[in-house]
Design a protein around this ligand. Structure first.
Ligand code: PLP
Length: 379
């Protein structure tokens, strides 16, 4: 059976006559626990909840590849999932190796909290430095493709190098989702994601998860969630379950739109650079083709300066100016307005939605055509 068929059908309950076809959310804080709690699956909802269990089963199937069964722990947001990886794995004196282009908030969390508690961050700027930085480290934390610059890391090769050095590997898999790329299958020990983006895809919830193969690692991540208590509600878990069967449809359409948009932008003289791993001209294209099923919905590109980017975004009627990505609606933003990422003032991160791509391209063409001449010295 193809992956997309499995995902579409993944939330169905067993075909028992009269039974509901999908589970609904379970709202409960305490559960009945008469006598000895040992072996009782649900006792108090900070630890476990049946709606999470269902979501974890569905995500686990997506993260697995047949040769192993991934186990998943769901969190209230992508950052809660990333914090769990850092908190469960790193101890004072440990070193984490992390590319300089990793998600900004994860870098700030390390710098402002974990470094203060004795964790050492080794910043990876070029793959050639990897072996040296891995020496004596505890964790390699990758993000591929990286947000927002869309750089691609070779998960299999880097995991092999890390394991040779006795280092665990975590991959932030937010942009592709586990349907688009399976880090555990490629050799990583932990796959972590913000499911706020394409996985849930409607811009209505925050959600994250961590997937692992190893039972000891699973227990640590699970314990971190119970002890820290920043859990997601059953309604959010259920909304995610409601969204997952349409993931193949949404991902296929938004990724096809992203590629068409990237190709279009490459034909325009106003655009200085286009970053999309699905373009054969992208430096990471060969690796992306090998390790990804879908190249993702995010296309980044650079206009000449801040004024050009702002004029473009205000003229484009179908590019909703908002942060985040991976929704059914196309969004775009001038990334440098937030600070934190080393990007040019005219850098735009666009997330292709599921609209008709001809409308999107026509809209972008009129917005580029309409850039004031004074700002458009390239023509
Ligand atoms: N990882 C990446 C690559 C992201 O882009 C984001 C959010 O933009 C996160 C993690 C954090 O996710 P959340 O906002 O769900 O906490």
């Amino acid at each position: 059976m193809r992956e997309s068929t499995k995902v579409v059908r993944s939330t169905l309950t067993p075909a028992v006559a009269g039974r509901e076809m999908q589970l609904g959310p379970v709202f409960a804080a305490p559960y009945h626990v008469p006598g000895d709690p040992a072996g009782v699956p649900y006792t108090y909802a900070r630890a476990h909840n049946p709606t999470w269990t269902e979501l974890e089963r569905v995500l686990g199937e997506m993260e697995s590849d047949g040769s192993f069964e991934a186990k998943v722990v769901v969190f209230a947001s992508g950052m809660a999932a990333i914090a769990a990886v850092f908190g469960a794995v790193l101890r004072p004196g440990d070193a984490i190796v992390m590319p300089s282009n990793s998600y900004y908030t994860a870098r700030v969390l390390l710098r402002e909290y974990f470094v203060q508690m004795g964790i050492v961050v080794r910043v990876l700027d070029a793959e050639a430095e990897l072996e040296k930085l891995l020496e004596g480290a505890r964790l390699l934390f990758l993000e591929t493709p990286s947000n927002p610059t869309m750089e691609v890391s070779d998960i299999a090769a880097m995991s092999e190098a890390a394991h040779r050095a006795g280092v665990l590997v975590a991959v932030d898999n937010t942009t592709p989702t586990p349907l688009g790329q399976r880090p555990l299958m490629l050799g990583a020990d932990l796959s972590v994601a913000s499911d706020t983006k394409s996985l849930s895809g409607h811009g209505d919830i925050l959600l994250g998860h961590v997937a692992v193969k190893d039972a000891a690692l699973l227990a640590k991540i699970d314990q971190w969630r119970t002890l820290t208590g920043g859990i997601l509600g059953p309604m959010e878990a259920w909304l995610a379950l409601r969204s997952i069967p349409t993931l193949p449809l949404r991902l296929e359409k938004s990724c096809a739109n992203a590629l068409a948009i990237a190709e279009f932008l490459g034909t325009r003289s106003e655009v200085e650079k286009v970053m999309y791993p699905g373009l054969p001209t992208h430096p990471g294209y060969a690796v992306a083709r090998r390790q990804m099923r879908y190249f993702g919905a995010v296309v980044s590109f650079v206009l000449r300066d801040q004024e050009a980017a702002e004029a473009f975004l205000s003229k484009a009627e179908l590019l909703t100016d908002a942060t985040s990505f991976g929704g059914v609606v196309t969004t775009a933003e001038r990334r440098a307005k937030w600070g934190g990422d080393a990007v040019a003032p005219g850098f735009i991160r666009l997330s292709a939605g599921c609209e008709d791509v001809e409308d999107l391209i026509a809209d972008m063409a009129q917005a580029l055509d309409g850039l004031p001449r004074a700002l458009d010295g390239l023509r």
